[in-house]
Each structure stands twice: as C-alpha cells, then as structure tokens.
Design a protein around this ligand. Structure first.
Ligand SMILES: [Zn+2]
Length: 240
C-alpha cells in the first residue's frame, strides 16, 4: 500500500499536474494579482510598489504567452506530420490549429501591417470563441493565451516534460528515496510503449517500483515499470 501511494504521488506531481496546468495557473494568478495586490497597494498610497507589482505581473503574462507560443509554433508549422500519421490527439482537438499573430507574421502576408495582422488574429480567435478583454493588456494576448491553453492541453501529451524547471525540482527531490527522475520516467514510458505491462491498458498509468524501495529496490529504469492503477493495486496487495 505504501508503495502505491508513493508512486501515485510521483505521477501526480509530474504527470497529472501538467506543464499546461502550470502555465494556466501562473497566468490566472498574475491576472488576479493585478486586480487585488496592485490595486490595494495603489489605493493605500504605495504607488511605486504597486506599479512594480503590476510590471511583474505583466512580465509573467508575457512569459506564459511566449512559452506557450513556442510549443504552438512547432505544432502549427508541422501539423501535416500529425495529419499524415493520423494523430489521435489532433482528431480529439476537433478543429485545425490556426495561424495566430506570430504565425501570420512569419507567413509574410504581403503588405499587411501589424495592425492588420492583429485584427486578422482576433477575427480567427473570435470565430473559435476566444474573445477575452482587459482594461490594460491587449485582448489579442489574452485571447491567444486562452486559445493556446485549450489547444495545447490536448496536443501536448501530459508526460512531456521539457521544462528546465522540472529538472531543478527533481534534483531537489533526489533526497527522497523513491523519487523517479524525469529521464528515467521517459525511458520507462518508451520501453513499455506507454502501456501497462500487466494488462496493456493505456489508462491511469503509474510508475511502479518492481522491487519496492522499502525492500531495497532502486530508482533505475530496470526497476521501474508502467502499471495501470488497477494492476498496481493488485500487485501492492500481493506484496503486503
Ligand atoms: Zn494493468
């Protein structure tokens, strides 16, 4: 039982709480902070502190936008590959990834000024139901972020962990005996073909220590396998 819980924790912190969740969380926190922290500071006479907090939040929003856009650009420019290989995730999306401001700009649409590109982007976003406005930040930036979060949440597989930040986290957590490093998880995922080695299920997968850590098992690829929640529970019950 102890084993199951620990493995689950690993899955939760890195696989279920996805990269996109993290960006979405940062984005909403920054927006909220403008309406609360910044406002409170200014209302209470701390103008400079308020404006500095405001700046930090705007930077955070731009940072989230840039990060999401980097992923989207790869997907947008190569969506033919996903179509060619009949990507399940692309079908799940239900619409074709369309050109946002950055992509339109890269397409060098002849004679189009930034203003026109901005308007073209907003027209596309509105058609798809993304029309977010704010008293300070460009509607285009906010609408793009919301479109990107929704689109990337489907198109980026949850186990995709390219963040430098995750690596830093994993170093901190190395102190914990049962922590499975990201590179090991990726190797195990590939080796086991993203399926439970017990029953072949692709649902609710967990990283299981073949020999439990409490019995001397290590966090290496050889000692870790993919098991679905059900098979993992059965295994834990046997070990207990
Ligand atoms: Zn299974």
């Amino acid at each position: 039982m102890e084993n199951t819980q620990v493995v689950k924790e690993d899955v939760n912190t890195e696989l279920q709480g996805t990269l996109i969740d993290k960006y979405e969380d940062d984005y909403h926190k920054a927006l909220k902070s403008i309406e609360t922290d910044v406002k409170d500071l200014i209302v209470n006479g701390s103008e400079m502190k308020g404006l500095m907090a405001f700046n930090d939040n705007i930077l955070k929003i731009v940072e989230v936008h840039d990060a999401l856009m980097n992923f989207y650009n790869i997907i947008f420019n190569n969506q033919e590959v996903l179509k060619k290989f009949n990507s399940q995730r692309l079908r799940q999306l239900g619409y074709e990834p369309f050109a946002l401001y950055k992509q339109l700009k890269e397409m060098h649409i002849s004679g189009a000024s930034d203003d026109i590109l901005e308007r073209m982007t907003m027209t596309n976003l509105k058609k798809a139901g993304f029309d977010k406005s704010h008293w300070y930040i460009k509607a285009r930036i906010l609408s793009e972020i919301e479109y990107l979060i929704e689109t990337l949440r489907i198109l980026i597989e949850p186990e995709f962990i390219p963040l430098v930040e995750s690596v830093t986290n994993s170093e901190e957590q190395n102190a914990s005996d049962r922590y499975v490093p990201s590179n090991v998880k990726i190797a195990v995922w590939r080796r086991d073909n993203g399926k439970c080695v017990g029953c072949g299920s692709q649902e609710k997968l967990e990283y299981d220590h073949i020999i439990p850590v409490s019995k001397g098992g290590s966090n290496t690829e050889r000692n870790i396998q993919l098991l679905c929640e059900k098979c993992n529970r059965q295994k834990s019950a046997r070990i207990e």
